[in-house]
Design a protein around this ligand. Structure first.
Ligand code: FAD
Length: 656
């Protein structure tokens, strides 16, 4: 390890001091190709698991680069970040050191579907990520373009055509490893597009990865093509913010990481965002110039949930579309107009921007552009993210057809852990759909595949009431520590303490009974809909919106006061109480579905006429077209709800 860590220091020094003669080790446990959001997590996770790891990427100074929006999190995505953090991943902690505007989305709904989100200082994120990566023990970093894979005979005990044993760089040099993780994002045969101009590039200013794409195709991997795009950047000083709707950050800010109580910056020092809208003039410019826009003419699929302005105008004409003006950083002069991803020729982009309220005098600093790239059908990988075709080769991130930093990070951490476990000949670490959004993401990809950029939503998770952002540590940290060793002792101890305190707290709350005279003092008259003379369990009193642990402890100081001393514990007890009865019901349903996952669905079942089974027409139509073989497969069809599966299961069992 001393040698490895010295190698790492030499490599880092080699990069920063220009000492190109510094020697490079030629054999590692794990090589990760790509320093984006999947690659950084994969490399750090493999190293945390004790594997000597090399991160090979085009440029050290683009490690952690946010290719598009300067923000992390959101609905479903914030959940993934909490889970990455629960496995001691990096992105949540780095966001807590780099955010400039923290806001929880979906507050009107319950905490199970809150979306932790923050605007991030692009420069700071990159700096903090690079600092973290370059100081991770057992992790070396090397610049280089990987052009090919070194392949050897497969291990007889594992299926697969061949086994990867290293990589070939553009200069012809080779580096060997037990496992290789590929996280090349949008770079495989990447082409960027503005108007009618097309240039080979992974993203603006970066070379594409062509040799590697050819290698993968030659190996027999099924390759598809997807596209995405990014908006222009606008000079901050050229925007008239005074006439726009201002959005202020939350106070207090909720950190992404379980190990942080606060973020690096006070809410009053954070930056605002502003909202404006498109108008019919924008539609007109888009529609009049479709012939000058090759990206939009491409039949390749783009992101459904983060579409370009052209797609929105074509799909929903005559509507006003939101444009959020978001800061790119604390000292940045740029504004990112979210919602305005566009590939028109640059001069038309500027003309379009100037039609929008508040942007009449806007100065465009960088035009928006599109990118088209190869992705690999994710049904070619296992739930551990290892490929079926080539042993010890793992894929993670946008290469698997996903979009978004969080989806990439989530896959990265799992690929890094599993590559390390593979080296140690240990069984893979798999997160199930009932354990986490990471499980939902990977299960969707590996079983259903995708033909459009896949992004996470809470609606994709059947058991979202138990997969909450607040409890990701209870779900994953203990497993991560005990089964794979990717979680630090300090984090493990904290998560164990929290889990046992919650269990103890819930059982205490269940055991205390409050007389009606006591509980009526805590709950406003208007909120009470039960018999006012009955006693209530403390847990049931805590379910009322107006009651929190602090208030409850005023009525029963002993033994409840001690559960108010840790703010997070008190808040989590409140959330647990709110979901207690619904979760009990859901646990029963999970058990019921798990027991019968393999139950065969009748081959001749006519779903379209199943009107008495409480299935929506949309669900019946999906079942009709996909014709799943088992209940488990039916439950994995996007949009088929857990409630629908329960109804279908009960129907099939009664008719068998
Ligand atoms: P990336 O972050 O792309 O990282 C890939 C890394 O691999 C890079 O460091 C690259 O240098 C390295 N690399 C590639 N090939 C090689 C090689 N042969 N040798 C060595 N290193 C190599 N997401 C959204 O959620 N919403 C959006 O609106 C959105 N728009 C986007 C617009 C554009 C123009 C782009 C480029 C991306 C957009 N994304 C968007 C996607 C988001 O940026 C990605 O999902 C995310 O960055 C993927 O992470 P990754 O780690 O898989 O790949």
């Amino acid at each position: 390890w001393v040698a490895a860590s010295l190698t790492k220091k030499r490599l880092t020094l080699a990069r920063f001091s220009g000492d190109s003669a510094a020697p490079l080790a030629t054999k590692f446990d794990v090589i990760v190709i790509g320093g984006g959001h999947a690659g950084t997590e994969a490399a750090a996770a493999a190293a945390r698991c004790g594997s000597r790891t090399l991160l090979l990427t085009h440029r050290v100074d683009t490690i952690g680069q946010m290719s598009c929006n300067p923000s992390f999190g959101g609905i479903g995505k914030g959940h993934l970040m909490r889970e990455v953090d629960a496995l001691d991943g990096l992105c949540s902690r780095i966001c807590d050191q780099s955010g400039v505007h923290y806001k929880v989305l979906n507050r009107r709904k319950g905490p199970a579907v809150w979306g932790l989100r923050a605007q991030i200082d692009r420069k700071l994120y990159k700096q903090n990520m690079q600092k973290e990566i370059l100081s991770t023990p057992l992790l070396a970093v090397q610049e280089g373009a990987v052009e090919d894979l070194i392949l050897t005979e497969p291990e007889p005990e594992h299926p697969g055509k061949c086994r990867v044993s290293g990589v070939v760089l553009a200069d012809g040099s080779t580096i060997h490893a037990e496992c290789v993780v590929l996280t090349t994002g949008t770079f495989l045969r990447g082409v960027i597009v503005i108007g009618l101009e097309m240039h080979p590039a992974g993203r603006l200013g970066d070379q594409p990865s062509v040799g590697l794409a050819q290698t993968l195709e030659k190996l027999g991997f099924v390759v598809g093509r997807l596209k995405t795009g990014t908006p222009p950047r606008i000079a901050k000083e050229s925007i008239n913010f005074s006439i726009l709707n201002k959005q202020t950050p939350d106070n207090p800010s909720i950190p992404f990481s379980f190990i942080n109580e606060t973020v690096w910056i006070k809410p009053e020092d954070q930056l605002p965002c502003y909202l404006t809208h498109t108008n019919p003039k924008v539609d007109e410019i888009v529609l009049d110039n479709l012939h000058l826009n090759s990206h939009i003419k491409e039949t390749t699929r783009g992101p459904r949930y983060c579409p370009s302005i052209e797609s929105k105008v074509l799909r929903f004409p005559n509507r006003l579309h939101q444009v959020w003006l978001e800061p790119e950083g604390m000292d940045s002069d740029l504004i990112y107009p979210q919602g305005l991803s566009v590939t028109l020729p640059a001069e038309l982009q500027e003309k379009m921007i100037k039609c929008i309220k508040g942007l009449e005098n806007a100065k465009m600093i960088q035009p928006g552009y599109g990118v088209q790239y190869d992705y690999l059908d994710p049904r070619q990988i296992t739930p551990s993210l290892e490929t079926h075709l080539v042993q010890r080769l793992f894929f993670a991130g946008q290469i698997n057809g996903t979009t978004g930093y969080e989806e990439a990070a989530a896959q990265g951490v799992i690929a890094g852990i599993n590559a390390s476990l593979r080296v140690k000949r240990k069984p893979p670490f798999v997160v199930s759909r009932t354990e986490g959004y990471i499980g939902v993401l990977i299960d969707d990809l590996t079983t259903l595949g995708t033909n459009e950029p896949y992004r996470m939503f809470t609606s994709r998770a059947e058991f979202r009431l138990s997969l909450r952002p607040d409890n990701a540590d209870s779900r994953l940290t203990l497993r991560g520590h005990k089964e794979v060793g990717c979680v630090s002792q300090q984090r493990y101890e904290r998560a164990s303490w929290m889990k046992s305190s919650l269990e103890e707290g819930i059982s205490v709350l269940k055991s205390i009974e409050l007389s009606s005279s006591k509980w009526k003092k805590l709950i406003p008259e208007a909120s009470i809909s039960i018999d006012k003379s009955l006693p209530l369990r403390a847990l049931d009193v805590l379910k009322y919106e107006e009651v929190d642990m602090k208030l409850l402890a005023t009525a029963v100081p002993e033994p409840l006061k001690k559960y108010t001393e840790c703010k997070e514990l008190a808040e989590r007890l409140k959330i647990e109480a709110s979901y207690e009865s619904v979760l009990f019901h859901q646990q029963q349903q999970i058990k019921e579905v798990q027991q019968d996952e393999a139950l065969q669905l009748p081959k001749d079942l006519d779903y379209l006429t199943l009107r008495d089974v409480s299935l929506s027409y949309e669900v019946r139509e999906k079942l009709h077209f996909i014709r799943p073989e088992t209940i488990g497969a039916a439950g994995r069809i996007p949009g088929v709800t857990p409630a629908a599966i329960i109804n279908l299961l009960r129907f099939v069992k009664t008719t068998q």
